[in-house]
Design a protein around this ligand. Structure first.
Ligand code: AVJ
Length: 316
């Protein structure tokens, strides 16, 4: 059984208003979700292949190494809800291990899910599949066709790092609220580590992360009618140790003005647009966050270097 549901529609005007407010702010910023247009998604996939970008491959290693322990903690027969599923590949690799009865990939547009989910349904005909289009950063209310029993939210890749710790708590509380007493969470979290390793992961030698960051300017030109010249901007990606986060910025190479149909913004040389934060956690402070959000009975798995962690939590 295969079904697709678009729950929330993105409104073009509210997207424009939100983006222009960020660009016009004293400290200009954009939400990291605008990094992922069609080309941005491909550049992110290329980042995941880079030697410097350890999270994707380290998380995969943890899932492979600890598959049976993870299966034991999670239990079979879950309703597997995959937040930010994209091509559904990470979850699909876990089907034989987790044996879910229903698979529910969620992404911003249900159209991103169609091809991948149709193929998966043929490969796994006994799993009920329900593709959902929803911006789950705003709300997390699932349609009735998503079984309420044994909901297991799956949030891999350390995407939680894009939220500030306060926002991450609210987000985890929203997941908690979407679960019955038998629900849980399987999440991948990037860990605090030596600055040189983190700096390299977000400013790689080939310049793929630079291209990924700069590409947001092309996306903005498309969405807003701005006249950003990609050549006039430099990628900055570095670990801020005080804040336990990677910061990505775009920095003006010289004084310039960006214009759009109803306005403009001047940037002086060296002025930045903040495009992303990626918070890094310790096992201790992530445990505190989960506990405060209403989760308990925690299990953690990590790699030999303790660079990345996969965590399972039951609701309490
Ligand atoms: C998709 C948010 C997990 O923070 O590592 C990769 C995005 N940005 N390189 C991350 C990203 C620059 C990635 N997340």
């Amino acid at each position: 059984m295969l079904q697709f549901i678009q729950c929330t529609e993105q409104n073009d005007q509210s997207v424009r208003d939100e983006l222009l407010a960020g660009l016009s702010a004293a400290q200009a910023f954009t939400s990291p979700k605008y990094l992922y247009d069609a080309l941005g998604s491909r550049l992110f996939a290329a980042i995941c292949e880079l030697p410097e970008y350890y999270p994707t491959r380290t998380e995969a290693l943890i899932f492979n190494t600890h598959a049976s322990a993870i299966a034991l903690a999670v239990g079979s027969g879950s309703t597997l809800i995959d937040l930010g599923a994209g091509n559904c590949a990470k979850a699909a690799r876990l089907f034989p291990v987790l044996q879910p009865v229903q698979y529910v990939p969620v992404d911003i547009s249900v159209n991103f899910l169609r091809d991948a989910l149709q193929r998966l349904q043929q490969q796994f005909p006994s799993i009920v599949m329900t593709g959902i289009g929803m911006d789950f950063s705003h709300e997390l209310v699932l349609p009735d066709s998503v079984r309420e029993a044994k909901r297991l939210f799956f949030y891999p890749g350390s995407s939680i790092g894009n939220y500030t710790p306060d926002e991450a708590l609210l987000f985890l509380q929203r997941i908690r609220a979407a679960c019955d007493d038998d629900g849980g969470l399987l999440i991948g979290v990037d860990l605090v580590k030596e600055k040189a390793i983190l700096d390299a992961a977000y400013d790689d030698a080939l310049g793929v992360t630079a291209a990924f960051n700069l590409n947001i300017l092309r996306h903005l030109n498309h969405l807003l009618g701005t006249d950003f010249d990609v050549q006039a901007w430099r990628h900055r990606g570095f670990y801020n140790q005080q804040a336990s986060r990677i910061e990505m910025h775009l920095e003006a190479a010289f004084d310039l003005t960006v214009r759009w149909p109803q306005g403009e913004r001047r940037f002086v040389r060296g002025e930045r647009i903040h495009t992303e934060n990626s918070y890094k956690y310790t096992q201790r402070n992530f445990t505190d966050l989960l506990t405060e959000a209403g989760f308990g009975r925690l299990s953690f798995w990590t790699d030999p270097q303790q660079w990345f962690m996969v965590c399972h939590a039951h609701v309490t």
